[in-house]
Structure formats: structure tokens, C-alpha cells
Design a protein around this ligand. Structure first.
Ligand SMILES: N[C@@H](CCC(=O)N[C@@H](CSS)C(=O)NCC(=O)O)C(=O)O
Length: 302
């Protein structure tokens, strides 16, 4: 028996199974103002399944780099263990305050890859909460407390995320997918980092990027998930917040094409390099820690 409910900002929404996207229908292709982004920076959902954990889920937004951070916790477990996926240094204080308010025990600060456009929050989180372990893929060649590989399971309470290798945007990109065992949330959730964006994908022109590799990663590791799997990317530049595997297979203007067309699209994106790339990449190879000696560390939120 599955019960799902969710709240968006302060307005409660119905999110009836088996069509959970109905309740998260704030996705829109309309450009949004900064004020809008600030207001809708946190969507919360709970899923419960018999015999398993109860998932608390927040989608959080960082408005300068258009990055999504995700907070997941098993609130049916006595310790309420939690993970943060792709935290940003600028919003660490907000995220840790939320963790504290909700009475969660943050155990992992996880990265989907070495980001080039912002500094990960994992270094700062470890400074403020030293028991938290940082996570990144072994293939990224970056430093972290836990180096993960394809097939690994990352447990928080009775819930877990499995690791799928999805290189192509960078060499070490991974997608974290919620478990498919009884007691895990349904539909499944895929935290795709920059491999698969909503109606887009990560660029492939630096950090060991390869359009051919990205095409195969997405098709073999993400598009093989059940069509109702929820897609949660690390960025959105267009006002979207969530998609599904089925939607992206049909409507992604890049990855729904054949490989040759995809490669041609990727070679002609003409995007300028991210403004922070020279700071972000070296920082993120060591989870941001080397920057902290030059920063005033803010107090842990009360
Ligand atoms: N303008 C931004 C960087 C925008 C950018 O390049 N985004 C990356 C993901 S972060 S490295 C990307 O892959 N974009 C794909 C796309 O189609 O937009 C900045 O200066 O930070």
C-alpha cells in the first residue's frame, strides 16, 4: 500500500498515486523571475510504503547557478538519517538549518560529479558537521570520504540509492536511483546530475566530456528505467522542476534523436564556458575544502 502526499511552499497539494506528476505540476516552460525561484525553492513530499522507510523529500534551488539540491531522509527510522545530493556552498547554511529544523541526522553530502559552475557545499558541510561523509565517484578522481562505483548502494535508514555510471558530461558523472526493492519509494526517482536535464542534457565540451559516451550513458542507464521514474536533474534553466523517463524519451530535443543527430547538436551548442569554471573545478576535486581556509566560517544554524 502506497500513500503519497506533498506540499509545495506553503500550499498543500494532492499528489495521488499512480499519477504523482499531477501534484508536481509546477513545471512550466515560462521564464520565471528571481522572486518566483526564491518562493518555490522547496517542494516537499513524503512517500510511505509498507515494510519500508518513509521518505521525506525536498527539492531546493540555488538561484545563481540554477542548481537543484535534494534532501532525502528516512523519517520512519528512529535517527531520521538523511542525505543531501549536490549541495552548493552558497546555500549550505539554508540546507543545514532545514536539516536541523526537521530533526534529521545528515549522514552523507553527495555529489553527482565534479561541478564546473559552482563550488560544492560538501566541504563546508563537513566543516560545520564533521560526522557527515562526503561522497563522489571514484571515476571522477576527486577526493571524498566515500568513493562510489556503479552498483553501490547508499543506505540512509531503510531506504537506499543505487549508483549508475552516466559519464559523458564529465568522466565521473553518476546518477543516483532510488531502490527497486519492496519498501522503497514508488515511482522510482533518478537524480541525474547533469547527464540528463529536463528537455536537455549536460554539455560535453570539457572535463573529459564526450557526446557519444553521454548518449550511451543516458540510453543504457536512464532510459532503461521504468517510464514513470521521476527525473530530478542538478540544474534547470527553463523553469522545470521534475520530469519522467518516459517524457524525456519522447520529448527531449537532444536525446530522443539518433546518435549522429545528437552528436551534431552537441558540437554546435556554442555555449560560453561557465563563469566559475577556473575556481569551481579545482575546488570540487577536493570537495571545496581548500577554499575554506580563506573564508570566514559561519556559525552552524541554531
Ligand atoms: N552560464 C552558466 C553555465 C551554464 C552551463 O554551461 N551549464 C552546464 C551545466 S553546469 S557545467 C550545461 O551543461 N549546460 C547545458 C545546456 O544546454 O545549457 C555559468 O556561467 O555558470
Amino acid at each position: 500500500m502506497l500513500r503519497i502526499c506533498c506540499t509545495l511552499a506553503r500550499a498543500p497539494l494532492a499528489w495521488p498515486a499512480p499519477k504523482p506528476l499531477r501534484g508536481l505540476a509546477f513545471s512550466a516552460a515560462v521564464p520565471k523571475s528571481r522572486a518566483f525561484w526564491r518562493l518555490r525553492s522547496s517542494a516537499t513530499a513524503y512517500t510511505t510504503s509498507s515494510g519500508g522507510g518513509k521518505l521525506l523529500f525536498h527539492q531546493l534551488f540555488e538561484e545563481e547557478s540554477y542548481t537543484y539540491t535534494y534532501l532525502l531522509a528516512d523519517v520512519s527510522h528512529p535517527e531520521k538519517p538523511a542525505v543531501l545530493i549536490d549541495p552548493v556552498d552558497k546555500t549550505v547554511e539554508r540546507d543545514l538549518k532545514l536539516v536541523k529544523e526537521l530533526g534529521l541526522k545528515l549522514i552523507y553530502a553527495m555529489n553527482t560529479h565534479v561541478h564546473a559552475d559552482h563550488v560544492t557545499g560538501t566541504g563546508l558541510i563537513k566543516m560545520k558537521a564533521p560526522t557527515v561523509k562526503s561522497v563522489i565517484s571514484k571515476a571522477s578522481n576527486a577526493k571524498a570520504d566515500r568513493l562510489i562505483e556503479a552498483g553501490d548502494k547508499i543506505f540512509f535508514g531503510n531506504l537506499f540509492l543505487e549508483v549508475r555510471a552516466t559519464p559523458g558530461h564529465t568522466l565521473g558523472c553518476v546518477t543516483y536511483v532510488s531502490g527497486d526493492e519492496p519498501g522503497q519509494p514508488q515511482p522510482r526517482m533518478a537524480f541525474t546530475g547533469d547527464a540528463l536535464l529536463i528537455r536537455g542534457c549536460g554539455r560535453t565540451d570539457f572535463q573529459g566530456g564526450s557526446s557519444s559516451q553521454l548518449y550511451h550513458s543516458v540510453h543504457s542507464q536512464i532510459f532503461t528505467l521504468p517510464k514513470e521514474t521521476l527525473v530530478y536533474p542538478a540544474h534547470d534553466y527553463k523553469g522545470f522542476s521534475v520530469s519522467t523517463v518516459g517524457e524525456e524519451m519522447l520529448y527531449n530535443p537532444r536525446l530522443s534523436k539518433d546518435e549522429g543527430t545528437f552528436k551534431n547538436i552537441m558540437e554546435n551548442l556554442g555555449l560560453p564556458y561557465p563563469k566559475m569554471i577556473d575556481v569551481a573545478v579545482p575546488s570540487n576535486m577536493v570537495c571545496g575544502l581548500q577554499d575554506l581556509s580563506r573564508k570566514t566560517v559561519q556559525a552552524t544554524p541554531k
